[in-house]
Design a protein around this ligand. Structure first.
Ligand SMILES: CC(C)(COP(=O)(O)OP(=O)(O)OC[C@H]1O[C@@H](n2cnc3c(N)ncnc32)[C@H](O)[C@@H]1OP(=O)(O)O)[C@@H](O)C(=O)NCCC(=O)NCCS
Length: 171
């Protein structure tokens, strides 16, 4: 996957380095910085409470952050139900877009899903969100459905995207 890796997926201990980027599990002290990015990136941002729930109360959640030189620059939230991973949040600080941070977070989630023997990963994405759709397509997701008027506040449709998991690679 990458270099300098300390990953014990079964126990959900994740710490990996790729170049100057570190991916590690989110800590309660990260939430303020996560919210900073969240509020800039989304029309209806998640609340502190929502992140706290995923972090502290949801045993099925995988909550990750990406850091560069100690600065928190991205994060993801996913959870596994039975043998399916749902990726419910993925976001990168605008100042760090197009530097493969989103990709690194996504690949870490995919690898975790494989380790946990998931059959598939699903997610929803705004139909106008070409950056995210491009990222998901690059890693083998395809559209399997549409949720009409899914997103507030403008009633935008959501594409449902799906990736079947095979054990060989992240693609
Ligand atoms: C979507 C998002 C996470 C991508 O993160 P990123 O770190 O900028 O993306 P990466 O540099 O890892 O890009 C990986 C691939 O995604 C695709 N991609 C990313 N940004 C893109 C853009 N603006 N236009 C087209 N394709 C894009 C490309 O295929 C890219 O591969 P390439 O660089 O080899 O062309 C980021 O744009 C973001 O945080 N957006 C706001 C929050 C959001 O919409 N999250 C997704 C919710 S479903």
């Amino acid at each position: 996957m990458t270099t300098g890796v300390l990953v014990h997926f079964k126990k959900k201990i994740i710490h990996l380095n790729s170049g100057n980027i570190t991916i590690r599990q989110m800590q309660p002290g990260d939430i303020r910085r996560v919210l900073n990015i969240e509020q800039k990136n989304f029309l209806i941002p998640w609340s502190t409470r929502a992140f706290s729930f995923e972090l502290k109360k949801n045993p099925h959640s995988l909550t990750l952050v990406a850091e560069s030189d100690g600065k928190l620059i991205g994060y993801s939230v996913s959870y596994i139900l039975v043998d399916e991973m749902h990726l419910v949040n993925l976001s990168v600080d605008k100042d760090f877009h197009r530097q493969k941070i989103g990709q690194l977070l996504l690949v870490t989630n995919i690898d975790y899903a494989k380790q946990r023997e998931c059959q598939s990963i699903t997610l929803e994405v705004r139909k106008s969100n070409w950056a995210a759709i491009g990222l998901y397509q690059k890693f083998g997701f395809s559209q399997t459905g549409l949720r009409r008027r899914y997103y507030e506040p403008n009633g935008e449709d959501a594409l449902i995207m799906y990736k079947a998991i095979r054990s060989e690679s992240s693609h």
